[in-house]
Design a protein around this ligand. Sequence first.
Ligand code: FES
Ligand SMILES: [Fe+2]
Length: 407
Amino acid sequence: MTRTGAGSTGAAYALGTPSHDAFFTEVGKGTPCGELLRRYWHPVGTLADAGATPRQVRVLGEDLILFRDLQGRPGLVHPRCCHRGASLYYGRVEAEGIRCCYHGWLFDVQGNCLHQMAEPGGGARRGSFRQPWYPVAERYGLVFAYLGPPSKMPVLPRYNLLDDLDEGEFLEVNDRSLGAGGGVIVPCNWFQHFENVVDPMHAPILHGSISGVQFVPQMGILPEVKFEYSELGVIANSYRKLDNGLTLHRRTEAALPTLRVVPNPRVRNFCRTESIGWVLPIDDTHFRIYVVGRVREAGEIEAYRTRFNGKLWADMSEAEHRDFPGDWEAMVSQGPITLHSEEHLASSDRGVAMLRRFVTQQVKRVQDGLDPLGTCFDEAGALVRLTGGQYLIDADGTPVTPAAEAA
Ligand code: FES
Ligand SMILES: [Fe+2]
């Protein structure tokens, strides 16, 4: 405890043993949050990542092998061959599945053993062996996997923001953790980014003041913020009064399971949110982000990559990282898993507190044997409606037509 009060000197000597809250951070199998996250589909790669070359992926603390058989079916299996443990990373992808390099057992995308090269007749008992596997499905240019209990597998959701394209738009995937500021794999707990989404005050401070203008000048205006719960999480409504008398209203959402629904911070268009980011927990202390967005030109999403002191993050010197910090520096410096016992949330952290409460409630639902919000078992209900976006409104709160303002 570091809060100052009567009799407190504030000396660090008084610090207790710090701790984090496992209820919304730890992602391993059997952990409270890990079991919640295992009730949803998560992206494990782009369509191209699932190919004829086996690829190691790490998801929710589990090491897995992603591949695509030569008939085009994606598969996700445990690396350790169920015969004697050689890794299927060294396997050979064939028409029917993946064949272990050591003794040639062949497994299909559902782990069924189809052939055993060293056994007479290809293995009389091959049908009784199965390589541990997970279901996968493809949508929006990504491969999604379900790592939870089979009897609880929901349908793969669809999202209005990606299903309904305006004329001239198409979907583009970006797997470079766009929005985290730095490299592809971010070395800290996933929730540090998830709560960053509903922390709108950091935008004008970190991105608009301390480090100069990282987006556009309007984002440097301190907003008035109103938080609300949505069906799947928390929404931050930020209102910025502009010089022209209008107000910029940004509606940013963190939604289950790990969705980051943020309007373009370059305030390029006044419209519904252009993209969805999935914050994929790799393990307790690493995450990455997969983004799918509606674009009009190829490469548009990558072009939004934040510049720091005019440079891309990877091109900065150590001194520039210190002088022009972004989300990466802020989030990673909170630690591999931030120490919740040492925090002091203030009024501007209301969205963070709401999101923690919301996710904790869902963890408890799973522990109580209920289905968490946002899991649907009927294809007819698979569409998720997200309501984020950014708009200009006048003094009465009436939306101003985008075309009139853009002109
Ligand atoms: S270890 Fe895989 S076939 Fe023997
Ligand atoms: Fe940020």
